[in-house]
Design a protein around this ligand. Structure first.
Ligand code: SF4
Ligand code: SF4
Length: 230
């Protein structure tokens, strides 16, 4: 086995950065209606893994980090989506032919705490759940996002792989995940609700998308094979 600091090895944070870049490059070849200051999709219904929370923490400077955790503490009582299943949990439930028991997000969803004047305060390091919020038509005109089946499959594949990469971590809303990652012992709270991540047992790729998705899957497998768990 190669040593942990071998140059071909990746930390989980580095691997996640590569996964985000792979996805962004793929999506840049498509034409969506999404643009700057369009932010109806930025709500407290957005979810992420703890690795993605650590990714945000890792790339913020000390001052911005302090502001972010302070903001999250201020939202401890804000109504938000607290999922009952992760993506891989959902896949496993379907595999067992059971009906997934998912909680509905509180209605209406409130704006994401990191939305400032319709812009994301952490845009370059935003979680995958934000990156994959795309639509071929303006949500404010049509009332909801419109994407094709293949994009939906690609999004699900990346969600499953990111959760797999963080299989010893946890999953929840932005507020819950960041509250759980609170670095200051004086501010730690038990009011964050998250659920454990799971490894992939079955990828949710319909047969008709297999061939188109294979190059992405190969690259994702290569990234995972080089990753040393943190
Ligand atoms: S998903 Fe909808 S609300 Fe979000 S940026 Fe795209 S068009 Fe705008
Ligand atoms: S983190 Fe940024 S991109 Fe994601 S929902 Fe919040 S404001 Fe929008």
């Amino acid at each position: 086995m190669m040593p942990k600091n071998h140059p071909t090895h990746l930390s989980d944070i580095e691997a996640l950065g590569k996964i985000y870049r792979l996805y962004d490059d793929y999506m840049n070849s498509l034409s969506f209606a999404c643009e700057k200051f369009c932010a109806e999709c930025c709500t407290t219904a957005m979810t992420l893994t703890s690795l993605e929370g650590r990714f945000i923490d890792h790339f913020l400077d000390r001052q911005k980090k302090a502001v972010l955790y302070q903001q999250m503490r201020g939202h401890v009582h804000t109504p938000r989506y607290q999922p009952a299943l992760t993506t891989n949990g959902y896949a496993q439930t379907c595999l067992e032919n059971k009906t997934p028991a998912e909680k509905a997000p509180p209605e209406p969803s409130l704006p994401c705490p990191l939305l400032e004047n319709d812009l994301c305060a952490i845009y370059s390091i935003r979680p995958f759940g934000c990156r994959c919020m795309v639509s071929f038509s303006k949500c404010r005109k049509t009332g909801s996002a419109h994407i094709d089946e293949l994009t939906l499959t690609v999004n699900t594949l990346f969600l499953q792989v990111i959760e797999h990469l963080d299989q010893s971590g946890f999953f929840g809303s932005l507020i819950d995940v960041m509250l759980c990652l609170e670095p200051d012992p004086a501010h730690m709270t038990k009011k964050c609700v998250t659920i454990p991540n799971r490894p992939v047992t079955q990828l949710m790729i319909p047969p008709e998308h297999r061939e188109k998705i294979q190059p992405l899957l190969d690259t994702l497998n290569h990234i995972l094979s080089r990753t040393v768990q943190g």
